[in-house]
Design a binder for this molecule. Structure first.
Ligand code: ES4
Ligand code: ZN
Length: 359
């Protein structure tokens, strides 16, 4: 890689004012980051501004920004859609296998510095296919790095292909069929993109087919969308995890169901803050979700755009919401329990977590 971008620890410069000093000041200095699994990260959302500009130059693509600082100034979002517009536009710099390999390498470097031991990584094949970038290029590029992540970074990895809900179920089915030759490198299917107005039930045939083909199933639901989207993701898509799910707190019967079934929720606090799902972190529903006995995990979503990686999210929960070490341990434990891991690997990760020193 010609340019590794900002160092994984130089996070202050990618923090915006609203995160405050907590993003720049490690609350647990002197201790290694808590061992954890990352279950909700979009690889295209790890594209840092420096790498985006480097790839734009390498591929002869013009981005309407002078430099990285200028690009980061555009990271002021008012909603999920306002973010998705920039996210899709910027990922247009990802063209070659090498680009996807570089993207994955930078993610692994940062994930390793943040205590990630296992990562299940989303990618958006439809957003690349529409630009003429086929699945082979995307997966071969990502896998050239992720296929050896355990040896190079001590992080096991798996890929989750997402369907863009705004493109509808027919396009999703076509994307699923195009992915069948690559099934050995894809563990699950997911559903992402613009949520409101695109309810999950329309995708039930796609998810039935994916399940029949041996894929696990997850879906973004209850980020901006109503609790009914979470119910339908459970009942119609039969997902084994809900991505985000924070709006479940508006529906007591749903909370009871999620608690009784211990359905994992992949919550992304900084994402919720930056996209206006919550007005401030201090009002985030996560403490209520934990109090209700839900299987909550903490994740980074699109960390290059939201001002922090996964351990920054953990750190903010401690700094802003006053979460305790035992609570962080419980969430890290939930991440390994919710991961699509073999029992032996899960047990090994839980042992490593048990050995994490008290602060
Ligand atoms: C996403 Cl935060 C979020 N929500 C839905 N879809 C997405 N794709 C990338 N980030
Ligand atoms: Zn997401």
């Amino acid at each position: 890689m010609a340019d590794p971008g900002p160092s994984p620890t130089a996070r202050a410069e990618i923090s915006h004012g609203s995160v405050g000093a907590a993003g720049a000041d490690p609350p647990r200095a002197g201790r290694p980051p808590i061992p954890k699994a990352e279950l909700h990260v979009h690889i295209e959302g790890t594209l840092e501004a420096e790498l985006a500009l480097l790839l734009a130059g390498r591929n002869g693509i013009s981005l309407p920004y002078q430099d990285a600082k200028d690009l980061r100034r555009a990271y002021e979002f008012s909603s999920l859609q306002s973010f998705l517009d920039l996210y899709y536009a910027t990922m247009a710099v990802l063209c070659t296998e090498q680009d996807f390999a570089d993207l994955a390498s930078e993610y692994l470097e940062r994930a390793s510095a943040q205590g990630v031991r296992h990562a299940e990584i989303f990618f958006d094949p439809q957003a690349h296919a529409e630009r003429g970038i086929g699945l082979a290029r995307v997966i071969d590029g990502l896998w050239s790095v992720l296929g050896s992540s355990e040896q190079t970074h001590g992080i096991s990895t798996a890929l989750i292909m997402c369907f863009l809900r705004e493109r509808g179920p027919a396009a999703a089915m076509a994307s699923l069929e195009a992915a069948l030759p690559f099934r050995d490198r894809i563990i699950a299917v997911g559903l992402d993109g613009a949520e409101v107005g695109h309810p999950p039930a329309a995708f039930s045939d796609v998810f039935d087919r994916a399940r029949a083909e041996g894929f696990r199933c997850v879906a973004h639901a209850g980020e901006e969308g109503p609790p009914s989207y979470i119910w339908d993701s459970l009942d119609r898509l039969r997902v084994s995890r809900i991505d985000h799910g924070v709006r479940c707190v508006e529906d007591a019967a749903l909370v009871a169901r999620l608690r009784d079934e211990q359905t994992p929720l992949t919550v992304c606090p900084l994402s919720n803050l930056r996209l206006g799902v919550v007005t401030e972190l201090a009002r985030h529903p996560l403490p209520r979700m934990i109090e209700a006995g839900l299987a909550v995990t903490v994740n980074s979503d699109d960390p290059a755009y939201f001002g922090g990686y996964i351990d920054d999210n953990y750190g903010l929960l401690q700094a802003v919401l006053g979460m305790t070490d035992p609570q962080l341990r419980t969430m890290a434990e939930a991440s390994f329990r919710a991961a699509f891991l073999a029992d032996e690997a899960r047990a090994r990760h839980l042992d490593a977590l048990a050995g994490w020193p008290d602060g």
